[in-house]
Design a protein around this ligand. Structure first.
Ligand code: C5P
Length: 236
């Protein structure tokens, strides 16, 4: 599948009214929007059709993680929605990712299967002390990326810091989707942050940006600045 690099806006809003308020401010016609659990659980699948009808592309980020059979059926059901990208967790294992892929292949829709490696809100310390993973964060993410690739996924979610190394593996058409994008020291709950320019240098294919745009006083200006920094051109 041919994929163009883009900036994905994480629409972490409580409800449709808040989302509409934001879209009114940002005005830009064709966006790539990430709908996560917060909005999807509140508004249901209709929110996807509504946004599609407005001409937006959709990354449905539900981060599925369950036994392979359940994930396969869930993914198949999600293919009924007009979405462009979905996520499952690497923690679910290779068998689960393969099942997710099977679920996708039962449909004729072209939807990108992206595997969440280690959340960008997790630090090396949390990984070791709480999750009891003895390898470094980088090594763990790199290994998850390799397994995801072998399982038929189209790419991974990782931080900009790991994207560089994943790209060095040289997997053809294997995408790096990178959240944790920040300009300033302000990190919110993110630990492994980077700027849009650093993301560009790392070879990232998609940056996912939420609060720096959605909570900005001037969301359209912020979106345009991030877009230009990441893609080197203005959004049309
Ligand atoms: O507001 P902020 O820019 O931190 O939003 C980042 C978005 O990316 C959130 O919607 C979050 O769910 C998502 N995400 C992440 N780290 C991952 C995977 C997804 O921050 N590893």
């Amino acid at each position: 599948m041919c994929v163009n690099k883009d900036v994905i806006i994480a629409c972490d809003f409580e409800n449709k009214a808040e989302l509409l308020g934001f879209l009114k401010k940002i005005k830009t016609k064709k966006l790539f929007l990430k709908i996560g659990m917060e909005l999807f659980y509140r508004e249901g699948p209709e929110i996807i059709n509504f946004l599609k009808d407005l001409g937006h592309r959709i990354f449905l980020d539900l981060k599925l993680c369950d036994i392979p059979n359940t994930v396969k059926s869930a993914v198949f059901n999600l293919t009924k929605l007009n979405i462009d990208m979905i996520t499952v967790h690497a923690f679910g294992s290779k068998a689960m990712i393969e099942s997710a892929k099977d679920g996708l292949l039962r449909s004729s829709r072209e939807i990108l299967l992206i595997v969440v490696t280690i959340l960008t809100s997790i630090s090396d310390e949390i990984l070791k002390k709480e999750l009891m993973i003895k390898y470094s964060l980088k090594k763990t993410v790199l290994n998850y990326a390799k397994e995801a690739r072998k399982s038929g996924a189209d790419g991974v979610v990782c931080s900009v810091h790991e994207a560089k190394e994943i790209k060095r593996l040289g997997f053809e058409n294997f995408l790096c989707v990178t959240p944790g994008i920040r300009y300033k020291k302000q990190k919110d709950d993110q630990m492994r942050t980077a700027t849009p320019i650093e993301a560009k240098k790392s070879g990232s294919d998609f940056i996912v940006v939420g609060r720096p745009i959605t909570r900005s006083k001037y969301p359209i200006l912020m979106y345009e600045k991030i877009y230009k920094d990441f893609l080197g051109e203005n959004h049309e």
